[in-house]
Design a protein around this ligand. Structure first.
Ligand code: ADP
Length: 267
């Protein structure tokens, strides 16, 4: 339990009378702290690649003293650090765009099965490297009212993570189905899974389960916070079922009011 934070002021009321005004600022202070943490995190995350780059640039000032092999490594490292910063900045922009968008009238129909197919085409190369077997169970006629762009972002991030974190030759299963309370998207993998103590915190910005393990995969820890906000927009939220060492199942349910009801038969 955290304690309540109060802002207390004394205001003149009438002759020789004062009013004691106490305002609960717990929520306000919490938001302020989150904003400060966020700025500190961004600065820290950008500082590390910049320091690496600066070190190499200093070495390159005197290229004669640098063996060719080391030169290639320096250039390669600088390229991947630049790419990392680029990814981070574009994810931060995406996050702020999604956070500040207010829900529209949801008049646009999104065919989620087609969206899944598009995402799978885009990750074909990545998946070819990992040789995962991807099993699909999709209801092709099930459409929803929503933002195509945001749903694409959600699905892309979840598919990308499943491919990235599951060791080569894994089994992935993607489903899109009508449920009693709406339409559910799910992706299941047989990767490393996520320990219970991390599960609650995954959608926090910059949160990564294991920084060392994931530094090779180049993650920023922003993907799932983008997913969270894009799902908030659709009055939905991310669900996770995972057992460490066995795999993960990420899913979300779009509420019934967003499901496009089946067109009546023309007969
Ligand atoms: P990142 O850029 O690090 O991938 P995300 O916000 O997308 O950031 O994910 C946060 C963390 O959640 C990841 O760093 C990883 O530790 C964990 N994670 C996400 N998806 C999976 C998955 N399918 N299997 C195991 N761990 C996962």
């Amino acid at each position: 339990h955290s304690s309540m934070e109060l802002d207390i002021r004394i205001m003149p009321y009438a002759d020789n009378q004062y009013l004691l005004v106490a305002q609960d600022v717990t929520q306000l202070r919490k938001l302020e702290r989150m904003r400060k943490d966020f700025v500190a995190n961004v600065s820290h995350e950008l500082k590390t690649p910049l320091t690496v780059m600066q070190g190499y640039l200093e070495m390159l000032e005197d290229p004669e003293r640098m063996p060719v092999k080391q030169l290639h490594k320096a250039i390669g490292d600088m390229q991947s650090q630049t790419e990392r910063m680029q990814n981070m900045v574009s994810q931060l922009l995406e996050l702020s765009r999604i956070e500040s968008s207010s829900p529209d009238s949801f008049s646009h129909e999104v065919n989620v099965s087609q969206l899944i197919a598009t995402v799978l085409r885009e990750v074909e190369l990545l998946n070819a490297e990992k040789q995962h077997h991807i099993d699909l169970d999709l209801d092709a006629d099930l459409s929803v009212y929503g933002s195509e762009e945001k749903l694409r972002t959600v699905i892309m991030n979840l598919v990308n993570n499943a491919i990235k974190y599951t060791p080569s030759g894994g089994e992935l299963r993607i489903s899109w189905k009508r449920k009693r309370l709406g339409a559910e998207f799910a992706i299941k993998d047989n990767g490393p899974g996520i320990a219970a103590k991390h599960q609650q915190r995954l959608t926090e910005r910059f949160y990564r389960v294991d920084k060392d393990r994931n530094s090779a995969t180049g993650g920023t820890g922003l993907g799932l916070s983008i997913v969270k906000h894009a799902l908030d927009y659709h009055r939905s939220h991310l669900q996770l079922y995972s057992i460490e060492g066995q795999g993960s199942r990420f899913s979300f349910l779009l509420p019934s009011e967003l499901v496009v009801s089946a067109k009546p038969d023309s007969e």
